[in-house]
Design a protein around this ligand. Sequence first.
Ligand SMILES: NC(=O)c1ccc[n+]([C@@H]2O[C@H](COP(=O)([O-])OP(=O)(O)OC[C@H]3O[C@@H](n4cnc5c(N)ncnc54)[C@H](O)[C@@H]3O)[C@@H](O)[C@H]2O)c1
Length: 317
Amino acid sequence: MSTVVNSRKVAVIGTGFVGSSSAFALMESGLFSEMILLDADQNRAEGEALDISHGLPFARPMKITAGTYDDLVDAAIIVITAGAGQKPGETRLDLVKKNVAIFRTIIGEIAKRNCQGILLIVANPVDILTYVALKLSGFPENRVFGSGTTLDTARLKYLLGERLSVDARSVHAWIIGEHGDSQIAAWSSANVSGVPLSDFCSMRGFTEHDQNMEDIAEDVKNSAYKIIEKKKATYYGVAVAVRRICEAIIRDEKSVLPVSSIQHGAFGIDGVALSMPAIVGKNGVEKQIPIKLSEKEQVELRKSADALKEVLKSIDL
Ligand SMILES: NC(=O)c1ccc[n+]([C@@H]2O[C@H](COP(=O)([O-])OP(=O)(O)OC[C@H]3O[C@@H](n4cnc5c(N)ncnc54)[C@H](O)[C@@H]3O)[C@@H](O)[C@H]2O)c1
């Protein structure tokens, strides 16, 4: 039996730092008229539903409630943030075992209700969990994808915007591959409103391109570690990224976003989920866009895919 999807309904599973911040960002977005919050800690979900609801008189009307799996059956998007967070010094891949176990329960509950909405995976390691969610749900590939490097790409744009004194929205540059240590800054396609990045840098008086690019890519990669060291978790940046992805889906924008989805041969990469720019609209991931990459970037991307495949080998699905 298939369920009709309510395009005005979203669900957030896991209402810790990331889930509650995402729910708050989604409330403010005005995209939905109904939001279900679900957490293993029912009190937490209820508390967040109340707290976020109290902002509604300053936003747009919607119903925000703590619910059960039966309540999210017709949600257009199910955002999954449930899982343990990174501890200081812990890599995202260290989280695999804990969070795969949590996903077995959550995806099992969703799959047995034959939900027809999109599963947006946010919990880490997001590329691995996207693959796991896809396999465990049996849903079509376009409907199961991860936030991937959407956050890392935003960090890259922000840092470049600051350094070059230009609006970050005019910076077009991608972080691709793993949302993690093997991610790649795709410098060869980076530009500021069509002007190749190196030309724009020269215009702004920067000459040490290679060193500057290396420093910025390192800063992006280490952002999460740095924030976790200082305040134990990262959540506002990713919450806005979740809102942006939901907006592209609900408004059928066909925006190009660097989400994590299963790859099928581009650059020789197959059978693993990682981030490449893709067209995102009402059907989820509609088409992957294999951007132009230099030889070096292609080699790094394949290394990133190999690192993820190594992890997948340790999971019995
Ligand atoms: N993709 C990204 O860009 C990105 C960015 C930041 C954090 N994250 C990831 O998001 C995840 C959540 O981080 P956080 O800081 O919110 O952690 P958190 O510990 O604050 O919240 C996790 C929540 O999940 C709930 N939970 C655990 N098992 C559950 C289950 N079976 N069903 C329902 N709820 C369950 C917990 O009760 C808790 O409230 C982590 O994996 C973190 O690494 C991803």
